[in-house]
Design a protein around this ligand. Structure first.
Ligand code: SF4
Ligand code: SF4
Length: 427
């Protein structure tokens, strides 16, 4: 696609945006893959439509406010990137565009307030823990609140586990075969800290020592997703200092954190930190990829056959190209049966803070995913991302009663949790 984007006026990300726009040949192969096009059936809610909108804003052809509703509907799931035969880097275009336009936008008061609440709580586990307690007390009157706040409250699980502080080093069992650092995830530490403990146990059992940098912070996902480049930079700089050099890898067990940490080079494009960000991002690896390359200890068979549906988190499958590695690990558990999931490529509607910002679309996608999961007849669902895990739990339990009346409870686990349980023979 030809463009006249004034790259010299826009700043360091302009060339990336112009290159991405030029690559699009308008073929439309990405449309069937796009969850918002699937849900809203409008060209402007498709990847191709959004690329034209972003181009038109950058060229000064239309006002930013005309494009904003359609850009905001985008989940950033990157299913379009996987589907595109021309290699359009849609994710880099979207993040760059959001960085470029965030400070130019006029937002309604309720939206500004909900963004402030999420930005000041979610990335800080202690504050987030308090916020969830307050949220639980507020649930009975949630109907009187704006839709974004209702969505926030609906996602708070019934029980929040007690805080258990992670050590700074978790030693390997037996001979040490590797040493890694773990990114612990802000939301995960509060809502599902068992994922980190399971990660530590599985790594230790396989001779891998884990360092947990105590001054690490949020990966910056929320800030990147909302276009807040200043905050994203602060989080990224903190982590680039906090994680040690002398480890074999920086392990993430939340797909959203992993894909955000791989976006650090974009944040620092054209700055003196770009090289450091490149090298840092190159060391970030998802737990499933790290373990599938490792000769792991044999896993004892499950006592009884267990049918599992694996849900591909978009930030693992599309943003990091990781689909086979988690399955390879699951196949190592004797007696586990993987059930195919219809529309497995379609986002569940979680997408970072999307289910808080666009609750109606997120609700439709969450329900659609719940139906597809019920239809597999699986005993449990496994995924590699805390955001998906909460979204699936919420919609499976909300929709259970509506779907054929007598559906069983379907637990949702992280991939590493099921491996840990299988090792410990508690399944
Ligand atoms: S990122 Fe996802 S929602 Fe956005 S345009 Fe691409 S496929 Fe559609
Ligand atoms: S598939 Fe790729 S090239 Fe074709 S319209 Fe979509 S983004 Fe453009």
């Amino acid at each position: 696609m030809k463009h006249t984007i004034p790259t010299e006026d826009i700043g360091p990300l302009a060339t990336k945006m112009a290159d991405a726009v030029s690559k699009c040949v308008h073929c439309g192969f990405c449309l069937p893959a796009c969850p918002t096009y699937n849900t809203l059936h409008q060209e402007m809610d498709s990847p191709r439509g959004r690329i034209i909108l972003m181009k038109s804003v950058l060229e000064g052809e239309i006002e930013l406010e005309e494009a904003v509703p359609y850009i905001d509907h985008c989940l950033g799931c990157l299913a379009c990137e996987t589907a595109c035969p021309s290699g359009v880097p849609y994710g880099s275009l979207l993040s760059s565009f959001r960085f470029h336009t965030d400070t130019k936008r006029k937002r309604p008061a309720a939206e500004r307030l909900s963004r402030w609440v999420t930005k000041e709580t979610l990335p800080f586990p202690d504050r987030f823990r308090i916020a969830t307690q307050i949220g639980k007390l507020t649930k009975p009157v949630s109907g009187a609140l704006p839709s974004q706040f209702q969505a926030m409250l609906s996602l708070i699980p019934e029980s929040i586990p007690q805080r258990q502080t992670l050590p700074s080093v978790y030693p390997a069992e037996g001979v040490r075969r590797a040493r890694v650092a773990l990114q612990t995830g802000c939301v995960q530490q509060v809502l599902a800290q068992e994922i980190n403990w399971a990660t530590l146990r599985v790594l230790a059992r396989n001779g891998i020592e884990v360092v947990i940098p105590q001054n690490q912070g949020c990966c910056g996902a929320l800030a990147i997703h909302t276009g807040d480049k200043k905050t994203a930079k602060l989080h990224a700089e903190n982590n680039m200092k906090a994680f040690p050099e002398d480890v074999d890898a920086i392990i993430t067990n939340a797909a959203g954190c992993g894909s955000s940490m791989r976006e650090y080079p974009l944040i620092f494009t054209g700055s003196e930190l770009e090289e450091i960000a490149n090298s840092f991002s190159g060391r970030v690896i998802d737990i499933s990829v790290f373990l599938s390359d490792f000769d792991i200890q044999p896993i004892p068979p499950l006592k009884n056959p267990l049918k599992i549906a694996y849900h591909d988190a978009c930030h693992l499958a599309h943003a990091q190209g990781v689909t086979q590695e988690p399955r390879k690990l699951l196949y190592k558990i004797p007696n586990l049966i993987l059930k195919p999931l219809n529309e497995g490529d379609l986002c569940c509607g979680s997408a970072g803070s999307y289910n808080l910002e666009q609750p109606e679309i997120a609700q439709q996608l969450g329900q659609r995913k719940a139906i597809n999961i019920f239809n597999t007849g699986a005993d449990a669902v496994v995924t590699g991302n805390i955001g998906c895990l909460i979204q699936l739990q919420t919609h499976l339990s909300q929709f259970k009663g509506d779907f054929g009346g007598a559906q069983k409870d379907i637990p949702v686990w992280h991939t590493i949790e099921i491996i840990d349980r299988a090792y410990r023979e508690v399944l």
